[in-house]
Ligand binder design. Structure first.
Ligand SMILES: Nc1nc2c(ncn2[C@@H]2O[C@H](COP(=O)(O)OP(=O)(O)OP(=O)(O)O)[C@@H](O)[C@H]2O)c(=O)[nH]1
Ligand SMILES: [Mg+2]
Length: 384
């Protein structure tokens, strides 16, 4: 029997040691605050017809919940982003690596950026900086040009902005304590309800308890749509009668969240056109009334997210301005970025409002929402 030669013994010892180390490491993985319900890790149900929430747990990997999950989303969705924006990134790189970077070429670069909805001022600023750096460096080597463009684009997207969702409250989760409250606003069809549903999934996956408030009382179908999103991740939705006062539904959701010790209450609102003054005023009221149950000192609604459809271009800018006058916007969710080559809108809207894009929607699927990140976004634009 020469099966156990010196070499194989060594391997057995090494494998044994590896098993012990890996096993041990799992024991030390930091635990989430609360165990998430099993539904939370059913991210791809939308893409897998025929699967119901109850079907998965047997196969669902145990303890896959980690805080990094949402941050890997942009990487996963990068393909989608780069596909829709490939003309922009590739176009710019092609222009920059031309043999002669003459006046006409710089103008073409400017046009390309303006076409991508970056905005005229930002474009001029960016092109000026690029020209200066190209001149100083005196190089036209493609990799260098690519790096220059990457750096300057990241710079205009602004990597210094705080893009985290403000949902962390010290005492939330304890019955009687204030939950974090997120209000979602925007024009009709921008993707508000979908976004609330997607955010709920992320929060549940992070181990937080969530409650939804259907403050879109215009149509019964709206509350139904939100309830369905909630049910998929085991989250309850507070709703009112059709035609009920949206502010009272928002109030009830926050109040209930407080009684139950919910971590985060997400409130969906009805789509409203920015030129309907009364509807815009109503939004201010929803926000004021929803904050009433909050009793901790200085605590107001934690996040007011403006949902903007990236495909609406300059009209979106107008919406952004009017909404920000009605309620103080704290973050932007740019939806439908999968369907447009105009990724520059990210920069334009941020600059107009002075508020960061916090999340981006990259599809209709339940997990097609990613935290926004400047470098990741630019890398996707410039992906081959
Ligand atoms: N491609 C794509 N579609 C999206 C995205 N987000 C939302 N949608 C789609 O946009 C449509 C409208 O979404 P809703 O969430 O109902 O929009 P809403 O703002 O709640 O609409 P109202 O309540 O009627 O104002 C739906 O078909 C969504 O699936 C996205 O990021 N990408
Ligand atoms: Mg809706």
């Amino acid at each position: 029997m020469d099966l156990l030669t010196g070499d194989s013994l060594l391997w057995i010892v090494l494998i044994g040691a590896a098993v012990l180390i890996i096993g041990g490491a799992f024991l030390f993985v930091p635990k989430r605050r609360k165990p998430a319900p099993p539904e939370s890790e059913l991210p791809d149900l939308a893409e897998e017809p025929g699967l119901e929430p109850g079907d998965e747990p047997a196969e669902a990997p145990v303890a896959v919940e980690t805080p990094t999950e949402p941050t890997t989303r942009l990487a996963k969705l990068r393909n989608r982003l780069s596909k829709s924006n490939s003309t922009l990134g590739r176009g710019l790189l092609a222009l920059l690596s031309r043999d002669t970077l003459d006046e006409a070429t710089w103008e073409e670069i400017e046009d390309t950026l303006i076409m991508a909805d970056l905005g005229v001022d930002t474009t001029t600023e960016l092109v000026d900086r690029l020209r200066e750096r190209v001149r100083v460096l005196g190089t036209r080597e493609p990799d260098t040009m690519r790096e220059l463009l990457r750096e300057e684009l990241i710079n205009v997207v602004d990597p210094t902005m705080d893009r985290s969702l403000n949902v962390e409250r010290e005492n939330s989760g304890t019955p009687g304590s204030d939950p974090a409250v997120v209000l979602v606003v925007g024009v009709n069809g921008a993707g508000k309800t979908t976004t609330v549903g997607k955010i709920a999934r992320v929060l549940v996956a992070e181990g937080r308890s969530v409650r939804l408030g259907a403050a879109d009382t215009f149509r019964a179908a709206a509350a139904e749509q939100l309830t369905t999103w909630g049910e998929r991740v085991g989250v309850e939705t507070i709703r009112g009668e059709e035609g009920a006062d949206p502010a009272s539904v928002a109030y009830a959701a926050v109040e209930q969240g407080k009684v139950d010790g919910t971590d985060v209450v997400l409130i969906d609102t009805a789509g409203r056109l920015q030129n309907k003054r009364d509807l815009m005023d109503e939004l201010g009221k929803v926000k004021r009334v929803a904050s009433r149950p909050l009793s901790e000192e200085g605590h107001d609604i934690d996040e007011v997210l403006l949902v903007l459809d990236a495909t609406t271009g300059q009209n979106g800018m107008q919406q952004a301005k009017v909404f920000s006058e009605a309620v103080h916007i704290t973050g932007i969710v740019l939806t439908k970025l999968d369907g447009t080559a105009k990724g520059g809108i990210v920069v334009a809207v941020q600059r107009a409002l002075g508020v960061p894009v916090k999340l981006i929607g990259l599809g209709e699927g339940a997990d097609d929402l990613a935290p926004f990140d400047a470098a990741g976004f630019v890398d996707a634009l410039l992906a081959e």
